[in-house]
Design a binder for this molecule. Sequence first.
Ligand code: MN3
Length: 206
Amino acid sequence: MTFKLPPLPYKEDALEPHMTATTLSFHYGKHHQTYVDKLNELIKGTEFEKQSLEDIIKATAGKLDKLPIFNNAAQTWNHTFFWNCLTPKGGGDPKGSIKEKIEKDLGGMDKFREAFTQAALTQFGSGWAWLVLDPNGNLKIGKSSNADLPIVHNHTPILTCDVWEHAYYLDYQNRRPDFVAAFLEKLVNWEFAQKNLDEALKEIAA
Ligand code: MN3
């Protein structure tokens, strides 16, 4: 199977001024596209050619000789997930049951924002900050390096923020804290997070 860059869920300028069309044209149009192209190149003629993206990620995780395939497959997945974590006029507090879940598991929205920001700012170098559901059905905050992602650690992604420099440098230069604040206050798509939580809880109950 040949993987394709999925369409963005909004126009490239829809997230301005918090994330500009220039950033999206590079981040989505160049970086994400390159991960997809490299992945297609690397799996051509291999056993991975007929597998789903998730299966490729799980089959190559932790295998040194498969690292390039893992990195490009995981980054293809991470970015598609990340675009869906953003929405124009997003951010703030969620409305649905995820809010009560955050209150119960993480001590409230302010505690969530504090812990998520801390994870994003202390990720040394490139990586991702995550809100995940652990195998016991509890929300947790975490971070990962480079292309690493929760699905290979038995956790379900609920929300993520890309903290690679390419995610914010054109708009915020070195000010990662300002980018993370804009993500939380203006861009987070809580409806997407709610959907991920509902599906993950259903899976655990099944
Ligand atoms: Mn990125």
